[in-house]
Design a binder for this molecule. Structure first.
Ligand SMILES: Nc1ncnc2c1ncn2[C@@H]1O[C@H](COP(=O)(O)OP(=O)(O)OP(=O)(O)O)[C@@H](O)[C@H]1O
Ligand SMILES: [Mg+2]
Length: 329
């Protein structure tokens, strides 16, 4: 659905240059809910705004449904953009227009007949459960309701792709969950491809099937959310995944391992087999269950008194049994 190749973005102001994106390549499949996560300044907004050319890429190509947006003239670009809805952190609603008129706005721009506007807007308001708010103004709505108007408006032109730039960052956790659930339903019901920009791993865990981690304009890690979450390969990724609060050093002797159990490994008495097979004691430091798109991942931090050779053998044994093991210490 979206294929980004060697995308770079340099902002130039006078003699000042800021390189926001450095040779980004990404592939987003139809029906993906694709997360892009990174710290402030990592380049997330630049990336998502380059996808619909709200921001001009400095170099590289952006294919959406096999059409390269880079190089499109204004009329073709306008048509391509119609198939890409976008929602924003601060909702970007028109304050002088009612909810109905906000959602109708993109349809009026393309001179849709009044009767169709009525039908479409009403069905969109039903989809986002705001039928009863059609004639109120944005200032009378809560944050979650405003974002639902934003979503309805973004869907008005029946887009193939929905781009979300920090769409839940201004909302409380409960409202965030409701909006994420709505996005997921829309993704399922219409097969809509969704790109989610966020700095919150909770958002990624909740709805994204794939995730890219952006740092300093580079993609430093990319993969299925479940893989990234169970074995983050990079320190920035670890910062987001934060699978265990750091344990006070004085309590930790020997080797410390972080284990991630997924569905394939949940039914096995693995710790008990580990202690027998290697004739060792295992001290459990912490444990919890996390849910990634409703799939459980068990997280266990264990401590062992073993040498390096034994540790390597233990890690292989665990991995053979579908448990991801990461040596913390
Ligand atoms: N219009 C602009 N002119 C100059 N520099 C810019 C502009 N927009 C962004 N930048 C710079 O590009 C880099 C990436 O910014 P960007 O807004 O893409 O980051 P972000 O990951 O979205 O951050 P945040 O989480 O704070 O929204 C930053 O160094 C930023 O200062
Ligand atoms: Mg941003």
């Amino acid at each position: 659905m979206i294929n980004i190749k060697n995308l770079s973005k340099v902002y130039t102001k006078g003699n000042n240059q800021v390189t926001a994106l450095k040779s980004i390549s990404l592939h987003i499949e139809k029906g993906d809910i694709y997360g892009i996560i990174g710290l402030s300044g990592a380049g997330k907004s630049s990336l998502i705004r380059c996808i619909n050319r709200l921001e001009e890429p400095t170099s590289g190509d952006i294919f959406v449904k096999n059409i390269n947006l880079v190089g499109l003239k204004s009329k073709e670009l306008r048509n391509a953009r119609k198939k890409m809805g976008m929602i924003f952190q601060n909702f970007n609603l028109l304050h002088s227009k009612t909810v109905f008129e906000n959602v109708a706005f993109p349809l009026r721009l393309i001179k849709t007949p009044e009767k169709i506007i009525k039908e479409k807007v009403n069905s969109l308001l039903e989809l986002v459960k705001l039928q009863d708010k059609a004639h109120v103004y944005p200032s009378q709505l809560s944050g979650g309701q405003k974002q639902r108007v934003g979503i309805a408006r973004a869907l008005a032109n029946e887009p193939d792709v929905l781009l979300c730039d920090e769409a839940t960052s201004a909302l409380d956790p409960k409202t965030t969950k409701q909006i994420l659930k709505l996005l997921k339903n829309i993704n399922k019901e219409f097969g809509l491809t969704i790109v989610v920009i966020t700095h919150e791993m909770e958002v990624i865990k909740e709805i994204c099937n794939r995730v890219a981690i952006l740092e300093g304009g580079y993609i430093i890690e990319e993969g299925a959310t479940i893989d990234i979450f169970s074995k983050p390969g990079n320190s920035v990724t670890k910062h987001f995944v934060e699978h265990d609060p750091s344990l006070p050093d004085q309590y930790i002797k020997g080797k410390v391992l972080n284990l991630s159990f997924t569905e394939n490994s949940a039914g096995e008495p693995l710790i008990s087999r580990l202690t027998k097979k290697f004739d060792i004691d295992v001290n459990i430091l912490s444990g919890k269950i996390e849910y990634i798109q409703e799939k459980p991942i068990g997280k266990l931090t264990i401590q062992l008194n073993v040498d390096c050779d034994q540790l390597l053998a233990i890690v292989s044994f665990l991995e053979e049994n579908h448990v991801k093991a990461e040596v913390l210490k």
